[in-house]
Design a protein around this ligand. Sequence first.
Ligand code: C2E
Ligand code: MG
Ligand code: MG
Length: 757
Amino acid sequence: MPKPYNYGPHHKTLTRRMAKYLCFFVSGIIIIGFLTSVAVYSVNLMRKYTEQSIRHSSEMLVHEYGLVSKYLYEETCSELKQFSKNRQFAGLKTHAQRVEWFNSHLNQKPDFFCNIGYATLTGDAIAANNVIIDVSDRPYFTEIVSGNKIETIHGPYICRATGETVIVVSQGVYDLGGTLQGVMFCSVKLSTLAMLTEKLDIKNDGRFFIIGDDGKFICHYDQRYLGQTYVPSSEKYKAFNSQYFFEARRGVFETISSEDRIIQVYLEAIEKTPFTCGITVDTARVFATFNQFRTLIISVVFITVMLICLLTYISTLFLNMTTLREGYYDQLTNLWTRPKFEKEAQNMLDRNKGARFVLMEMDFRGFKFLNQSFGSEEANKVLVEYSKAILTYCKKMGALCGRGYADHFYLISKIDSVNTFLEDLDDVVQEFEDAISPLELPAHPKYGITFVLPERTFYNDNKTIQDLIGEASYAKGTIKENILQVYAIYSSLMAETIEREQRIERHMEKALDRGEFYVMYQPKISLTDDKIQGAEALVRWNSSNPKLGELSPGDFVPVFERNGFIVQLDFEVYEMVFKFLREQINLGNPVVPISVNMSRNHSNPDKFVREFVRRFNKYDLPPNLIEIEILERASEGDAYNLIRVTEKLHQYGFSVAMDDFGSGQSSLNMLNEVPIDVLKFDQNFLRRENTKTGHQKMITTLIELGKQLNKKTLFEGVETEEQRDMLKELNCDQVQGYFYSKPLYEKDFVEFVKQHR
Ligand code: C2E
Ligand code: MG
Ligand code: MG
């Protein structure tokens, strides 16, 4: 059961809404994309700039440290020099004097000296506490003695006198003649050095160190490394150890710290010394803020993208729902649309296998006319009221309904039996009609009905909902203009018709090749002298297919009109007629003008006439032997085509007749405009009963009209003597009908002409 859905007015179309969403998303994405790019670009720029500035300041810093260290060294040297000079150490001659000097002056040594010593040229040294040590292997001794240097620094060492870890500054002691006498040296404890360097202002998280002999640290921010070397634990950085840095002396290197953090090491050689100083910079720590910022940006972008996705998803869901709703429900009536109806109806059929059903297709007689004459608003009211009535019925019966194109409605309902359904049908139809009657509009629904009846194979051939709709539609199509016929039920006969039409279509082309079409001739008789005036060529089909057999135009012409084959067939018929006339002339038989039928399918007058004349010219016939019967058309453009074709045919000398005049939507105006020669009145004028009074008047008027317009008048379908007499009395020019002759085979027609000339 479809749930009525209240839409309210639909101001915005789906397309407009979709376009809005699309614009929204595209602009959103562009803005977010732009902002993200700007943010990422600036972060990268800042990072690059910071990197450069860190590098620059670190290089400056390590350079400064190098200078300070050099200064410390120079200070130490000058302190040592000053110490010995002030106390005239250089003037002492003997070893005993020097020992004596040490004993008396040692307590006057500068505070930061750990020890002071003096070594003879053999390497025997006196130091504080009168300890005699051998320093002959120490580089601070050898470098002086070898004459390479006059002062130097080395270390770290375990002091042989005090056991402390120290660095040693040494100077040569020369006599007045400049000859080296011995080596004066002092030691500074690494801890004292650390105290001195601690005062240095360490910036940028950089940490200061000095590497001495053999890659051992004489100064290090981590006390544990004093006097020790450092080799990174990671295989990758193993080469970048303290020994390597000691030797490298200058540059920037990457390695890892004892805490396994990647660090950058900036090195600078301490001038005048073999030592190297340096600082370490923990890049990760420096960039931690940037990394945090980057993470923030990534998170923001991520969250934004997620939000967009979510928003898109929700909108798509919403759009889908709208699309579905708009696709499922008809906006005017709120009934289901045809696709939705088909789906639900098919489900209903599938779920209730073995049950009986009725399916109806409804539409209105001349709805187009209603629309045009009363406006679509009024016509829509009819649809809305009608749909309400259907829905009410469906709710009551548990049936389903939907609206298709324009005024088409569908209904499917389970039924107990065909009989009970038919018993109620009139009431139901009346109910529906009552719903629209207050509108007082000429709206008359008609119904095509088909059943699903499991007990009857014909009605239950595993048909789909589309098959059923096709059947109901076909049945509805059989309803004639008679206003009293409201519904038609699909029958096996209709099924046969469909099948037969399909068979006709399958065989038509071959039939033409095989010459299965032939022409019969129906004489036209003059009412003044009962003589033959002409004949109409009427096509027949003698099909070689036993299921088709002998067919008259009523069976196949409508099918050919629908599929367009009639165009081809018409020309074939014309040629059969031309050929027949040619043969008769050649045989010396009398001939009369023959009229041929032109179907409505010939839409291009010029093309038609060109082809007609081309074929006609092959037979060398006088054109007055040929008349063309044209049919009325509905629209104005068609009227133009009729005028054009008639005029062109006249140019070639052919006569033109208006066939079945009065059967369709004739307009007298058209009659005036189209310069036809003959008016052939529709046989229905004679078919109608009570030909007596009113009707006879109409026939009189028609004939008079023809005469006034200077047309030859012809009545077809004259079957009785009374009809003939009446027409004769009314001065009708010619008649065609069974009263004189049915359509005749060629041979018989030739005889007829001979006898009725
Ligand atoms: P139409 O052109 O109006 O032809 C007259 C029809 O009325 C013919 O039917 C004829 O047999 C029938 N008829 C003549 N006198 C009487 C009578 O006294 N009583 C009754 N009940 N009927 C009579 P037919 O031959 O079955 O043709 C039917 C229609 O098929 C034609 O109507 C014409 O529209 C069409 N048709 C026939 N041959 C051709 C053709 O070669 N080309 C085209 N396009 N249409 C054709
Ligand atoms: Mg005709
Ligand atoms: Mg006719």
